[in-house]
Ligand binder design. Structure first.
Ligand SMILES: NC(=O)c1ccc[n+]([C@@H]2O[C@H](COP(=O)([O-])OP(=O)(O)OC[C@H]3O[C@@H](n4cnc5c(N)ncnc54)[C@H](OP(=O)(O)O)[C@@H]3O)[C@@H](O)[C@H]2O)c1
Length: 333
């Protein structure tokens, strides 16, 4: 039986551990599609799964990687034909389905999105879940009436994958942005992404009252915990906070005051199980009107091979992310 290379996570007495393995290609079941993977990417969630720091996977052993782009090699679903270019982000990859950090993936057809014209396979993974999530956050802000005149949008975890792309998309949409970062030395790169101002997270006065002086038109938060609490205290009336991540903490200690005295909205952002029509529409946006200019130059930190993924994952867990790692499998096909 033919085999292929994959980064697979096993459960062990020491917790989940990842290893590079050669595994057998399983036959396709009805409704499934085999993709030859061109590129994958590395997200914070992948880093949690690969380092064993987070219980991301439902069942072991499981191939890691929540994202992939590639070419259909065989299909048992009429929606896809051999040779079709596709991408997948979230949708269960690397959680309850084998994921994209592998040379091949057998996936249910509804996990796949046809690669929109306007994006290459590599650009799709420069964006990946991070780009899709950033676009979902922008969509929800706009749907809830966020406009540039309300004031600057604070973006936390700004140097990471999601934060970087959020800065680009907000700037392109006409918003004034403030990057809140643990890496003030990255100010030039954050400015290049679209940050109008850069604030050192360590220097922020987080306040303590339910309502502090309102300074932000809205916010996009990747951190959770005390920084998210600070944002709830300081967003202006009718502003929105898109709540994306927990890179700092899963906690949220706040009061109803910002909601009932300022009309602030906390918008939940969930990129895994997304209505299919939203998913298709957002990828069209990302490939079209919202396409980040100079995607690779501005967003991609490096293109790495499968062997380099565990080390890169440790960096992300240590908060050292800068932009996105793209992982090369077959490369351009
Ligand atoms: N809701 C969803 O569907 C969804 C989708 C994608 C990602 N997420 C979540 O969003 C967050 C960001 O994801 P990502 O892929 O952009 O991650 P990433 O590339 O690893 O970036 C995370 C950034 O957060 C900041 N950070 C602050 N404290 C940190 C800490 N203790 N550990 C790690 N990072 C820390 C760092 O930026 P600074 O140094 O600039 O502060 C870091 O660059 C993660 O929590 C992830 O799980 C959620």
């Amino acid at each position: 039986m033919p085999t292929f290379k994959a980064l697979r996570v096993h459960q062990s007495p020491l917790g989940p551990t990842a290893s590079l393995e050669s595994i057998s290609l399983a036959p396709l079941s009805a409704g499934s599609v085999r993709v030859r993977v061109a590129y994958s990417g590395l997200n914070y969630k992948d880093a949690l799964a690969i380092t064993g720091r987070g219980a991301i996977m439902r069942g072991y052993p499981r191939v890691a990687g929540i994202d992939l782009s590639g070419v259909v090699e065989a299909s048992e679903d009429p929606a896809f034909q051999p040779g079709d270019r596709v991408l997948a982000t979230g949708a269960g990859l690397g959680e309850w389905l084998d994921g994209g950090l592998a040379e091949y993936a057998n996936l249910p057809a509804d996990a796949l999105v046809p690669l929109p014209s306007g994006l290459t396979l590599r650009e799709a993974m420069a964006l990946g879940t991070a780009g899709f999530t950033a676009a979902l956050a922008l969509r929800r802000l706009l749907e809830n009436h966020q406009v540039p005149a309300q004031g600057p949008i604070a973006v936390t975890g700004a140097s990471g994958g999601v934060g970087s792309i959020v800065l680009v998309l907000l700037k392109q949409a006409g918003f004034h942005t403030a990057a809140i970062t643990g890496k003030p030395e990255a100010a030039p790169q954050l400015g290049e992404l679209g940050a109008d101002e850069v604030l050192d997270r360590a220097q922020l006065d987080l306040g303590s009252k339910p309502l502090e002086k309102a300074v932000w038109g809205g916010a996009v938060d990747n951190l959770g915990g005390e920084v998210l609490t600070y944002l709830t205290r300081t967003v202006k009336p009718w502003g929105n906070i898109a709540c994306i991540g927990l890179a700092h903490s899963a906690a949220l200690n706040t009061t109803v005051m910002p909601l009932i005295l300022r009309g602030v909205s906390l918008l939940g952002i969930h990129s895994v199980q997304v209505p299919r029509d939203w998913r298709l529409a957002l990828w069209q946006q990302l490939a079209g009107p919202w396409r980040p200019q100079r995607i690779e130059e501005r967003i991609v930190r490096d293109i790495i091979d499968l062997e380099q993924v565990p080390q890169a994952a440790r960096e992300l867990i240590a908060g050292q992310a800068r932009g996105r790692y793209v992982v090369r499998l077959a490369g351009e096909i």
